[in-house]
Design a protein around this ligand. Structure first.
Ligand code: FES
Length: 191
């Protein structure tokens, strides 16, 4: 598998605190205060909320609608129109498979079938162990080296089913190592 590049920015994992972040409402309120008077504020607000929490919580929709003087249905419509936005927390890793034409021509459909079988989940769903969320994406700018995928912030090209399996294995080993490190740290604290 050709690893193309590491992109700058966020780590590959969804924020672990996303599900129960106690300050979620405050963070959303701060985003609204900063953005609500800007023209075309809805998309930037949704991006900011997802960046902050890992997803756009459904119970944030009324506050966003109120701040922008929109209906809840309008806000919900935009969230569901764009594949990028999630309405529930992602798994510890997000795997985005390119579904666009150039990748399809070199095996992206078979790769997608394999990924769904291997993870036991469909698009926008997370494997039962909570490790990996599978998302479609429409061109990663790597059309010459398809099929392409993005694992967290890391781009991969020339991905075959076997190479995907190897990548999944690395992600799971990484999880196991982190869980073991956390358990060791807890043991040391409780001694
Ligand atoms: S079509 Fe897949 S990266 Fe462009």
């Amino acid at each position: 598998m050709q690893k193309i590049a590491y992109l700058d920015g966020a780590a590959t994992k969804a924020p672990a605190a996303a599900v129960t972040a106690p300050d979620a409402a405050e963070r959303i309120a701060a985003i609204l205060r900063a953005r609500q008077h800007q023209p075309g504020a809805l998309l930037p607000i949704l991006h900011d909320v997802q960046d902050a929490l890992g997803f756009v919580p459904p119970d944030a929709v009324p506050a966003i609608a109120r701040a922008l003087n929109l209906s809840r249905a309008e806000v919900h419509g935009v969230i569901s129109f764009y594949h990028h936005f999630r309405d529930r927390p992602a798994g510890r890793h997000v795997l985005q498979l390119c579904r666009a034409e150039a990748c399809q021509a070199v095996g992206a459909d078979a790769l997608a079938d394999h990924a769904q079988r291997e993870l036991g989940c469909g698009w926008h769903q997370t494997s039962a162990d909570g490790a990996i969320t599978l998302e479609p994406v429409y061109c990663l700018g790597q059309c010459a080296v398809g099929p392409a995928l993005m694992a967290g912030t890391e781009l991969h090209g020339g991905v075959t089913p076997a190479r995907l399996d190897a990548l999944l294995s690395v992600l799971r080993q990484d999880d196991a190592r982190q869980a073991s490190d956390a358990a060791t740290a807890n043991d040391e604290v409780s001694r």
